[in-house]
Design a protein around this ligand. Structure first.
Ligand code: AKG
Length: 347
């Protein structure tokens, strides 16, 4: 294990006992949750820090005393740890220092804003109750069960076959009345300067998601609002140059996409049952899971049912966005000239 850690991860282990250990196979990237690992480590003594770098198969633990570290080494090395349905064998080695490659904090894409607690729990309940998923009014709201979620549309149907809206065919159902106070607040607070007239409600069960896409430039105006209700999820923003910014969307938060975040970056939700999110730290809320100082604690968060309300304003004139500044080697950038921007099959 020591050889592999050095060769593949650049972690050199110490020949003598120290207070810190690397726990090979005990990482988030191996499906090990913070709670489970922390529980067994704490049984060996007082834990000072537990670092779980994202996507890595290992974790680092530092004990208050060397005796505790020795106890952990003696009792946990080679032991199995059960994490849900997953069983892993832990291998522990001493390290002189805990070096977690420090990444600079990743800024949100230009034009992206996340407003936490934008609606109250009462408003959330009201909005969720306003959506009737029983299939009796399928036609009115163009309800569809897609491959990885179900959707309903109000105002205008968004069509996934041509990634567009039929602007001359409004749906019989306008936006639900319960949305109005929320939308008025959006206008009042300057998140959008005109009332939206189109709403897509997406409902995702655990394990579901939405392919990365840019909302069709010619179909909608600049600002797109997405209200998250129910369980939190992680939405991934990708720049054509390869940058990836995963953004945690807590329940009752409002995501405002304008400018580059709306026109250039794709957004999508990977279908999976767990997300890597910052461990609860009320003192330093973090929205991007790439925002990893060496002391950023991460954990696995089990997904539940999430319902999002995406509000948009239909565009009646040509989109005037600037051509995308793509390097020749970059993947094709969604632009007005390449409006079909869903990159994966929806059905
Ligand atoms: C869409 O419907 O096009 C979305 O991007 C939905 C986003 C969300 O679920 O927040």
């Amino acid at each position: 294990a020591s050889h592999t850690l050095l060769k593949h991860e650049g972690i050199s282990t110490a020949p003598q006992p120290t207070k810190s250990l690397v726990v090979a196979n005990g990482g988030l990237g191996n499906g090990v949750g913070r709670e489970e690992l922390s529980t067994v480590l704490k049984e060996m003594g007082e834990v000072e820090t537990l670092l779980m770098p994202p996507q890595k198969p290992y974790a680092f633990v530092t004990y208050r005393s060397e005796e505790s570290a020795q106890r952990a080494h003696a009792h946990l090395n080679g032991q199995k740890l059960q994490c849900g349905e997953n069983s892993v064998t832990l291998y522990l080695s001493y390290v002189d220092s805990v070096t977690c490659e420090e990444k600079n904090s990743v800024p949100l894409p230009e034009g992206l804003l996340l407003v936490e607690d934008f609606v109250s729990p009462e408003e959330e309940a009201l909005l969720l109750a306003a959506i009737d998923w029983s299939s009796t009014n399928d036609d009115v709201t163009a309800q569809k069960a897609l491959k990885h979620r179900r959707v309903k549309h109000f105002g205008f149907e968004f069509r996934y076959d041509n990634n567009n809206v039929d602007k001359d065919k409004p749906l019989p159902a306008g936006l639900p009345e319960d949305c109005l106070p929320v939308l008025e607040r959006c206008v009042r607070n300057g998140h959008i300067n005109i009332m939206p007239d189109q709403l897509t409600v997406n409902q995702y069960e655990s394990g579901q998601g939405i392919p990365p896409h840019v909302d069709t430039h010619s179909a909608f105006e600049d600002t797109i609002l997405s209200l998250s209700l129910g369980a939190k999820t992680v939405m991934e923003f990708r720049h054509p140059d390869g940058r990836l910014v995963p953004v945690v969307l807590p329940g009752r938060s409002l995501l405002v996409m304008k400018g580059e975040s709306r026109y250039l970056w794709t957004h999508g939700i990977t279908p999976r049952k767990f997300d890597v999110v910052p461990a609860c730290d009320p003192e330093s809320p973090a929205h991007t899971t790439s925002d990893l100082g060496p002391n950023r604690n991460l954990t696995l968060s089990k997904r539940g049912t999430r319902t999002s309300f995406t509000f948009r304003k239909i565009r009646h004139e040509l989109c005037r966005c600037a051509p995308s500044p793509s390097p020749p080697s970059a993947p094709s950038i969604p632009s007005c000239h390449a409006d079909a921007t869903r990159l994966e099959e929806e059905y």
